[in-house]
Each structure stands twice: as structure tokens, then as C-alpha cells.
Design a protein around this ligand. Structure first.
Ligand code: NAP
Length: 303
């Protein structure tokens, strides 16, 4: 038995991939997050894996039945699916329940989910800044959230008690919690997460294109793979991420992502100009800034 009462009596997770299965695992392991963990997913194959892996107290293929009686419902599917999920579960939510999520965008989630929820349900959007390039129920692990930030984006009028319960939940899962305005969240994430992924996907495509662009270049492809240790390898790790999840992130944080991409493109052009004109001090200065940022991350234990 846990030493303190669980935050929730019945937690329903919708989507049992990397994030959903990690929440289920930490909840099952600690027992002071939720007394009962219910898992639903649109995919029968995923639910079969959940049963085999044994991290749910109850598996329920029907989302409406899965949320009935839950005091916390957490959306853990790609953000593009949220509106349809919210419409399907809304009539079955218990009065007073908290609906929350783990989605990587927050403005779109508030837009898509908020208006569909009954007025007697509390909506506390959240984003744990924790993940890997792997996906699916086998990829999750109970320590995923340890030492990571979880950002909450409550709205004006969101119950402070409901927000604090979610903060308590994530702290018990090992995270540091902070509240943030959703628009600000999306701009920050566009810079620190969405743009780096866009660059990684793009650079892998560029390298792959080398293989099909004429004879001289064709010889380059095996060499890109053979000598990938030099920088390119780090991009391929990020670029291995789930295509559906990232498609949805890009499409649901369009403006902020395009703004950051425009700024990046300008800076890349400035670097190109410095290389062209042999501006050594500019190049050195930019590389030095990168080093400092990395050092800061190491000191903040976020590296
Ligand atoms: P994932 O491993 O691909 O898992 C998503 C799961 O949701 C899959 O099992 C998928 O089933 C299921 N699903 C899709 N549509 C659904 C629907 N309509 N109803 C019920 N289940 C549905 O993805 P993930 O990495 O866990 O990401 C989940 C959420 O976490 C996303 O919103 C993402 O933005 C957020 N997030 C991800 C990371 C990360 O690094 N991965 C970090 C922080 C936050 P199918 O396999 O059948 O499609």
C-alpha cells in the first residue's frame, strides 16, 4: 500500500504509446499517483501489447466506457486526434473529473478540446518535456519523467484545486512543474523542440537525396552512413521519431514554428555569408555561443 493517498482514484489514459505507457508504468509502480489505471487505445494490436506487458489494471477498447467513473482522464494520443477523442468521451465524463493531456502543443489542444467538454469538468492542459525517439507501448518506462519539466497551461477560470492536483501528480512522478501561458509555451517549444526536429528530418532528407542526384553523388550515400559518427548521427536519432506524432505537432503549431524557422533561416544565411567572406571571428563567436548553451544545459542537469 502507498504511504499517502493516491492523487486519483481512477486514472484513464487514452493512447498507450511512449507517453501513455510511461504514465501507466510510473502510476502502477508508485501507487500514490492513482489507485486504478485504465488504458484505452484505438488500436487492438496496442491493447494486446498492453495486456501482455501488464501495466494496466483495466483495458477497455471503448473510450466512452473507459472514461466512465474516472476522476482523471489523460489524453496521450497525437494532438491531431484530440478533437475526435474529446467529442467521443464528453458525454461519458464524470462530473468533477479532471481532463488533462501530454500533448506537445497547447494552443491547439485548448482550441480543440476545451469547447467540447461539459462545464462541470476541469480542463488542465499539460506537457511533460520528456520523450525519446521511440514510440508505442513497448517504448515506455517508469522513470521517463524523472528530473524533467512538466508545463501546465491552465486557463483563466481553471480551478486552482484541479491545477494543483495535476501539479502534485507530476511532482510525484518525478517532474519539476511550472505553469505557463499556452501561447508562450508554443513559441518556446517551437524553438527548443519543434524546429530542431524539423531540421533533423530535413537534413536526413538532404543526405538521402544525395544518393539519387547523379553519379558522383550516388557514391556519397554509403559514406554518409559509414562515417555518420561525425554530427550526422545525432540528427538521425532525432529524425527517427514517430511521423504521425510529429506531423501533428508541426500542423498544430504552424505559426510559431514558421516564425522560428524564418529566424533560423536568416541566421543560417548570415553564417553562410561569414563562411563565404572568410569572417573567422563571426564563425568563432557563433560556435562559442553554442558551447556556452551546452555547458548551461549540463550545469542544469538537462543534458
Ligand atoms: P506514440 O508512442 O505514437 O503513441 C500514441 C498512441 O496513441 C498510439 O498507440 C496510437 O495508436 C494512439 N492513438 C492514436 N489515435 C488515437 C485515438 N484517436 N484514440 C486513441 N488512441 C489513439 O506517441 P507518443 O510519443 O506517446 O505521443 C503521445 C502524445 O505525447 C502526443 O500528443 C505527443 O505530442 C506528446 N509528447 C510526445 C513526446 C515524445 O517525445 N514522443 C514528448 C512529450 C509529449 P496507433 O498506433 O494505432 O496510431
Amino acid at each position: 500500500m502507498p504511504e499517502r493517498d493516491p492523487v486519483f482514484r481512477r486514472l484513464t489514459l487514452i493512447g498507450a504509446g511512449l507517453l501513455g505507457s510511461s504514465v501507466a508504468r510510473v502510476a502502477r509502480e508508485r501507487r500514490d499517483l492513482a489507485a486504478e489505471v485504465v488504458v484505452t487505445d484505438r488500436s487492438v494490436a496496442v491493447l494486446d501489447r498492453v495486456a501482455a506487458l501488464g501495466f494496466a489494471d483495466q483495458i477497455e477498447p471503448d473510450a466512452g466506457r473507459a472514461v466512465a467513473g474516472a476522476d482523471c482522464v489523460m489524453l496521450c494520443a497525437p494532438v491531431g486526434a484530440y478533437a475526435a477523442i474529446a467529442a467521443a468521451i464528453a458525454p461519458h465524463l464524470a462530473p468533477g473529473a479532471i481532463v488533462t493531456d501530454v500533448g506537445s502543443t497547447k494552443v491547439s489542444v485548448i482550441r480543440d478540446v476545451g469547447p467540447l467538454l461539459p462545464p462541470d469538468v476541469h480542463f488542465v492542459p499539460a506537457h511533460p518535456l520528456a520523450g525519446t525517439e521511440y514510440s508505442g507501448p513497448d517504448a515506455g518506462f517508469s522513470t521517463l519523467f524523472e528530473g524533467r519539466w512538466c508545463l501546465l497551461t491552465p486557463q483563466d477560470g481553471t480551478s486552482a484545486v484541479a491545477t494543483e492536483r495535476m501539479a502534485d501528480f507530476w511532482r510525484r512522478a518525478g517532474s519539476m512543474v511550472e505553469a505557463m501561458d499556452p501561447v508562450h509555451h508554443d513559441r518556446v517549444m517551437a524553438m527548443v523542440s519543434h524546429l530542431p526536429h524539423l531540421i533533423a528530418f530535413t537534413i536526413c532528407g538532404t543526405a538521402d537525396d544525395l544518393a539519387t542526384e547523379g553519379e558522383g553523388a550516388a557514391a556519397t550515400r554509403p559514406e554518409v552512413l559509414k562515417f555518420a559518427a561525425s554530427g550526422f548521427r545525432d540528427f538521425t536519432r532525432i529524425a527517427a521519431s514517430d511521423p504521425v506524432m510529429w506531423r501533428d505537432v508541426f500542423l498544430n503549431n504552424r505559426e510559431a514554428l514558421l516564425e522560428m524557422l524564418a529566424r533560423f533561416t536568416e541566421d543560417a544565411q548570415a553564417m553562410a555569408r561569414a563562411v563565404r567572406w572568410g569572417d573567422a571571428s563571426y564563425i568563432e563567436d557563433r560556435i562559442g555561443r553554442g558551447r556556452k548553451i551546452r555547458q548551461g544545459l549540463i550545469e542544469a542537469k538537462q543534458a
